[in-house]
Design a binder for this molecule. Structure first.
Ligand code: ADP
Length: 299
């Protein structure tokens, strides 16, 4: 039953001219099953906040003469809507990552630029939770801000001192969007699963022909038995907590997909109560011969 026979009649030449295609479709069947599971999961994930919003709206209606209650429930509606929005954004990211197979826009990129863009996307959440995001390159602290004009952290003796480090930035060959999405999700999680007033350290470094992008948090950590499951779609260590804080369960699956599609690897170290470290390892881009100055330091 895993074999598909297809008889195709060719043209109008005669009655007996057919091509018979025989295909093993067991792989497709497996794929179908995975897809069905995925759709079931997505439907469930969408229904939960949507149902909550409906219920909360009803409650607001009932509590119309109690301003405190109205404020409280309105706040929860906002939270659930944000969850919906994040889930939809993650679905779009996942779809994009999967559809991109083979048609990625691979270019020479500064891994530091990628890290800065990913940090910028988490700026608001980090500030709201008083989480300090730091960036370092080969162990040296640099500005985490995308705005290159102000690099206050490294006092420079000569005016152009800042550009020196830019020139030696670790370079990778990858799709910019995919890599930014990958790192963005790691930083998002690092903030999500950390107490307020902690630090998230993003480090970019070179080692043995590899470029390492590392995201280190001082958060709740991940139990050992969950470590090899967290990259699965919709897997969560603590579903209640993750949902309450807005997690979609898709972030790490997207990250892993993006990294692997670009020839890299991802790994995790974690200890409960101490924090987690996610490490992306990318092949280093071959050095550009002839002093090609096309590596843009801006945008
Ligand atoms: P979610 O949207 O739930 O965060 P992810 O795929 O991004 O989904 O992560 C899967 C699960 O892995 C999370 O629900 C959480 O339990 C755990 N996790 C991911 N990153 C971290 C982290 N930095 N610290 C602690 N737990 C984490």
């Amino acid at each position: 039953s895993n074999t598909l026979y297809l008889r195709v009649r060719i043209g109008d030449i005669g009655d007996d001219l057919y091509v018979i295609l025989i295909a093993d479709v067991s792989e497709q069947r497996r794929f179908e099953a995975v897809r069905r599971d995925f759709v079931t999961n997505v439907s469930h994930e969408l229904k939960t906040p949507a149902g909550a919003i409906a219920l909360l709206a009803e409650t607001i209606g009932d509590a119309a003469d109690d301003p405190d209650a109205v404020r409280y429930f309105a706040g929860r509606v906002t939270k659930e809507s944000k969850r919906l929005t994040e889930l939809v954004q993650h679905l779009i990211d996942l779809q994009r990552a999967q559809a991109s197979q083979g048609v990625m826009d691979v270019e020479r990129l500064s891994a530091v630029d990628v890290a800065r863009a990913a940090i910028a996307e988490n700026h608001v959440q980090a500030e709201a939770r008083h989480v300090d995001i730091r960036l370092s390159v080969n162990g040296r602290p640099v500005s985490a801000s995308e705005d290159d004009e102000e690099q206050p952290e490294t006092p420079t003796t000569e005016g152009k001192g800042g550009n020196e480090s830019v020139k030696s930035e670790p370079m990778i060959m990858a799709d910019r969007e995919a890599m930014r999405t990958a790192v963005k999700n790691l930083v998002e999680n690092a903030i999500h699963y950390s107490p307020e007033h902690t630090t998230v350290a993003v480090g970019v470094s070179e080692h043995d022909g590899k470029v390492i992008i590392r995201v280190v948090d001082q958060g709740i950590g991940i139990p050992e038995k969950s470590l090899d499951r967290i990259f699965e779609r919709f897997y969560r260590v603590d579903p209640a907590r993750s949902r309450a804080t807005g997690g979609s369960g898709l972030g790490l699956a997207i990250t892993k997909h993006c990294v692997q599609e670009n020839g890299g690897r991802i790994s995790v170290w974690s200890r409960e109560g101490e924090g987690s470290t996610f490490t992306i390892e990318m092949p280093q881009a071959p050095t550009d011969a002839g002093g090609n100055a096309s590596d843009d330091t801006g945008d």
